[in-house]
Design a protein around this ligand. Structure first.
Ligand code: NAD
Length: 287
């Protein structure tokens, strides 16, 4: 292999744990090499204890920036000099940029999802969407959809200990955007059917459909799926969950979470380099 690392080469990094399974180093290093950008991307095993020091090193080593995974995404908020509007509303940072020592926290998970809709030629701006789940992935998507101009979002979550907290959080996001956002009990099938009937998109943002719940689906009554409804899943392993399969069999346009994964990385890359990630070269790495 040709050595292209020199005294000028700069570093971008992933601070996460566990980390060795991550595809991000392959995605970003392929993009750097393709565009002949003198930079490398490395994965560092960093937990919450070492996060502050790791983030300080972005300044100290004049790094390009970093990516974070959970739970570092939430903890990092307090270490940023600035936050993007999305990161502030979500309360989590997945991408850090370094502008001459000023660290800005961004969240590209939601933009990643919104861009993935272009792959199935679905436009939800000015329309209504229904989301199942209200955890980290869902919140990032809800905030970005609201900022991008989705008119109404109905969120369905199981009535667990977090339900009231989620309600407050969604009210806060709604107050700070032009989007009407409501939280509903996932067991209320009647309301779910009504909201899905008015929605352009139905999204599963829970882990229901992947291991160890790979045989389960987040909804039970698939008669609510229309052929002109877009149905998406944040899950990408398996590539087609039972939820997506049932939706596809009813003629809906479907999309798994691979696009969200790819495009959140592309958005980070573009913030770091000012260049577009070469999607057609990077995409086969994760497919
Ligand atoms: P989280 O723990 O923050 O939230 C999980 C959500 O799922 C909660 O709303 C919870 O109430 C709900 N949930 C969990 N089990 C459930 C069940 N049995 N029935 C009904 N609801 C249930 O997790 P997260 O970080 O938001 O991740 C959710 C999923 O999104 C995971 O499958 C993860 O792999 C995926 N994800 C994908 C991407 C991507 O780029 N495609 C990015 C982040 C997360």
């Amino acid at each position: 292999m040709e050595n292209t690392i020199t005294g000028h080469t700069r570093l971008a990094a992933l601070f996460a744990t566990p980390i060795r399974h991550s595809v991000s180093p392959m995605i970003h290093n392929t993009a750097f090499q393709t565009l002949e950008i003198d930079a490398v991307y490395l994965a560092f095993e960093v937990g919450t204890d070492g996060l502050k020091q790791a983030i300080d090193s972005i300044k100290n080593l004049d790094m390009i920036g970093a990516n974070l995974s959970m739970p570092n995404k939430i903890l990092a908020v307090e270490y940023m000099d600035e936050l993007s509007e999305a990161a502030r509303l979500i309360g989590a940072v997945n991408t850090i940029t370094n502008d001459h020592g000023k660290l800005t926290g961004h969240n590209t998970d939601g933009t990643g999802f919104m861009r993935s809709l272009q792959d199935i030629e679905v436009d939800i701006i000015g329309k209504k969407m229904t989301i199942i789940g209200a955890g980290g992935a869902a919140t990032a998507i809800i905030v970005q959809a609201a900022l991008d101009g989705v008119k109404e979002i109905t969120v369905y979550n199981r009535k667990d200990d977090f339900y009231e907290k989620i309600k407050e959080k969604l009210a806060y996001i709604s107050e700070n955007t032009n989007c009407a956002i409501t939280l509903n009990d996932l067991s209320d099938e009647h309301s779910l059917a009504k909201d899905v009937a008015e929605s352009a998109l139905l999204l599963n943002a829970t882990g229901v459909g992947m291991k160890p719940l790979e045989n389960q689906t987040p909804i039970q009554d698939f008669s609510i799926i229309r052929s002109d409804l877009a149905v998406c899943d944040v899950i990408y392993t398996p590539r087609e969950t039972e939820f997506l399969k049932q939706a596809r069999l009813r003629g809906a346009k479907t999309n798994n979470g691979l696009g969200m994964l790819l495009y959140q990385g592309a958005a980070a890359f573009e913030k770091w380099t000012g260049q577009e990630m070469p999607i057609e070269i990077v995409k086969p790495i994760i497919e």
